[in-house]
Design a protein around this ligand. Structure first.
Ligand code: T1G
Length: 692
């Protein structure tokens, strides 16, 4: 074994040379890895006694892509063209030996090799689209030559990983070797290549499958139609489509050039910078400054859920999906049966969509134990309360829970707004109390706000965060304040939206601006979906807001076929002339002189106060970092990932621009726009929020 460089070794097994990459954590295709690969393979190829070369990685995975941290920095080290030269252009057969995840540039390196073998657990993919990029090392040119155009487009546009079995089926790998025996399996395959005189097979020369697509532009038209809705607002996917079309229409090297240029053009774009920022932001959330990564966590073998309503049911499904038994408790038999039936119905719908086997439903339902008495929760390691959003009711539940739950149980509340410390305060074990704020539908939404109380112990925090990862959530640690991070910022937007429709805009104007900005829906469509009567009561309603008036008229949202919008049978929303009249009359009664309001004012009034509130949240230490706030908004509120999140967006447009506008609004509209000192500071020091 000789070292080629700090991350690459070269060894021999008879006539076979083995180039081993070892650059933890994921063998990303950094400059050192590229140099090692280039020099290692070149050295092996130059050795007369070498008949074949195996490229393999140490550690947990084959090359998991280009080093994302290198993008936007001055290029250094071996280029991808050089690698193409020594790999695909090499004189001796090169076999890529794959385990873990061969993604992006890593998969493209494997496609530059002449043969590929993998262990059954390996995964493959081209996730560049998730970074606002396209494959930039031949993926759009080589993959369609192996799989055909439609499959290649699906792999590139979905960015989703696929299995080794699928890779074998689609001709992406030549053989699967025994799990855990990759090196031996690869050497065996190389042996066969030598013994059977198999020549270097260059994918660039395999044109049959792309020729089949030549003269069929309808293939691309169909894909453009199919993906248009999913990629609303995104840019990179069009470049990916064009690159694959070029692979069909042009000679290989011209296709490579165009792919490369399209890739390089996307790197500096705002969208790709935002999506790369989010990639790292979603990995930073797990790092908690004062909770060491090796702190002992509590085993969670059994979970209790109090409340079998929409949230309680969805929350339970997360744990059932992870194979963790759940005891779900309700006060009434009917409510309990309804809750359990809803869980089964949700699973049955997933089976109907072909995304789950019927047997798996039974496996999950067998892990679910319904109960009518809190006493059945006495042996749970974690109990999550998901009852009506009322402090007195929640405190009553926690008092009882404190008497019933076992000593080292974690007691969590799914409250969306309320003060966790006030809830913990009624127990004798506030150190074991925290918030686990799921987002509806709880079995679908990836975000979980883990709320740290003033006395919550560190092992409880670490356990909750680790559990979040186990149930497939992104856990974001937040502090106790009204509405935590997400809802606290949302309140700012909703407040301004309500004011805007009195001052001159209409609900559908505000919604259009927010929708065009990239969110799945605007504040009024969202309220209609959730129901305008959340927290509303007929007894106390005084026609003091548009929302109250609509509820009094039984226009409670989609569920009543009318709210801010009128809805047809298919629940398609239509601006309502009646609501327009209600708003005009109400504004007149309030003595509000309506005025034309431009779209950019609507956007600034809805977004900038959110950013300002985010700055206050950071000031108060209710979030660890600005990027955590962005992860909350992207995974909990549909903020478009290609805009990076509210705080990243502020940095993108310039914190000074946000500050100036807030100050203008403060003068004309009042103290609710008063800039946070932290924002003032960031501007004064010419810093960015994301650097805080
Ligand atoms: N570059 C730099 N760092 C990376 C990285 C990458 N490609 N992938 C992972 N890391 C870091 C990550 O930040 C974390 O660091 C640690 O590795 C573990 O990651 C030319 C343009 C491989 C499935 O998009 O999907 O190739 O937080 O926590 O859950 O066409 O990482 O510990 O300091 O995610 O086990 C395409 C990205 C790049 C794959 C492992 N490749 N990575 O998941 O661990 S673009 C990707 C992943 C490209 C070419 C183009 C996952 C993983 P830290 P982790 P994990």
């Amino acid at each position: 074994m000789t070292a080629v460089n700090s991350v690459t070794d070269l060894s021999r097994a008879g006539e076979i040379a083995v180039v081993t990459i070892n650059s933890p954590p994921v063998n990303a295709l950094s400059a050192d890895v590229r140099n090692g690969l280039r020099d290692g393979v070149a050295k092996a190829a130059a050795a007369p006694e070498v008949k074949a070369i195996v490229v393999i990685c140490a550690g947990r995975t084959f090359i998991a892509g280009a080093d994302i941290a290198e993008f936007g920095k001055p290029p250094r080290g071996a280029t991808l063209l050089e690698l193409q030269g020594v790999l695909e252009g090499g004189p001796k057969p090169i076999i890529a030996a794959i385990h873990g995840t061969a993604l992006g540039g890593g998969f493209e390196i494997a496609l530059m090799c002449h043969y590929r073998v993998a262990v059954p657990s390996a995964k493959f993919g081209l996730p560049e689209i998730k970074l606002g990029l396209i494959p930039g090392a031949g993926g759009t040119q080589r993959l369609p030559r192996l799989t055909g155009v439609e499959k290649a487009l699906d792999i590139i546009l979905s960015g989703a990983p696929f299995s080794a079995q699928e890779a074998l089926q689609w001709g992406v790998v030549d053989a699967l070797v025994e799990e855990g025996q990759l090196r031996e399996g690869a050497l065996g395959f190389a042996r066969k290549v030598i013994d059977t005189h198999m020549l270097p097979r260059k994918i660039r020369d395999l044109n049959e499958k792309i020729e089949a697509a030549r003269g069929h532009p309808e293939i691309f038209e169909k894909v453009r139609r199919d993906y248009a809705k999913k990629f609303r607002g995104f840019e990179a996917w069009q470049s990916a489509l064009r690159a694959v079309q070029v692979a069909v229409d042009l000679p290989f090297d011209e296709g490579m050039k165009l792919e490369r240029q399209a890739f390089l053009d996307l790197i500096p774009t705002e969208q790709s910078r935002a999506q790369r920022y989010v990639f790292f932001a979603e990995r930073k959330v797990w790092k908690i400054a004062d909770v060491p990564e090796d702190i002992p966590v509590l085993p969670i073998r059994k979970v209790g859920v109090i409340g079998a309503g929409t949230m309680g049911g969805g929350i339970s499904m997360n744990f059932l999906n992870a194979g963790i038994p759940v005891t779900i408790v309700e006060a009434e038999q009917d409510a309990l049966e309804r809750g359990v039936a809803t869980i089964r119905r949700n699973y049955d719908n997933t089976v109907k969509k072909g995304r789950m086997a019927a047997a798996d439903v039974e496996t999950r339902m067998r892990l679910l134990s319904p109960g009518l008495d809190l006493g059945v929760l006495s042996d749970c390691d974690l109990v999550i309360e998901a009852v009506y959003e009322d402090m007195a009711i929640k405190q009553d539940v926690f008092r009882k829970l404190d008497r019933i739950a076992k000593k080292d149980a974690i007691l969590a509340s799914n409250t969306s707004y309320l003060n966790i410390d006030e809830i913990a305060g009624v127990t004798g074990r506030p150190e074991s109390v925290l918030g686990m704020h799921f987002f509806s539908p709880a079995n679908v939404m990836r975000l979980l706000e883990v709320v740290r109380g003033a006395k919550t112990a560190k092992p409880m925090i670490a356990t909750a965060m680790q559990l979040a990862r186990k149930i497939g959530k992104i856990g974001v640690l937040v502090g106790v304040c009204h509405g935590f991070v997400g809802n606290r910022m949302l309140h700012q937007r909703q407040r301004e939206a309500q004011k805007l429709i009195l001052e001159g805009a209409m609900p559908w104007d505000v919604d259009r601006v927010i929708y065009d900005f990239g969110l799945p829906m605007g504040p009024f469509a969202m309220s209609d979906l959730a129901g305008l009567d959340i927290g509303w009561s007929k007894a106390t309603s005084k026609s003091s807001t548009i929302r109250e008036i609509l509820c009094e008229m039984d226009r409670r949202g989609q569920k009543t076929g009318a709210g801010y919008y009128d809805y047809d049978e298919a629940r398609h929303a239509k601006p309502s002339a009646l609501v327009e009249k209600i708003i005009l009359d109400f504004a007149a009664e309030q003595g509000i002189k309506r005025r034309p309001i431009a779209d950019d004012e609507i956007l600034a009034r809805c977004i900038y106060p959110m950013i300002n509130e985010g700055a206050k949240i950071l000031e108060e230490g209710k979030a660890q970092r600005a990027s955590d706030i962005d992860v909350v908004w992207i995974n909990g509120y549909g903020w478009p990932v290609y805009r990076g999140g509210p705080m990243f967006y502020a940095d993108l447009i310039g914190p000074e621009k946000v500050l100036t506008k807030l100050k203008q609004f403060e003068v004309t509209m009042g103290a609710e726009f008063k800039p946070a000192p932290l924002l003032e500071g960031v501007v004064a020091e010419k810093k960015r929020l994301q650097d805080l």
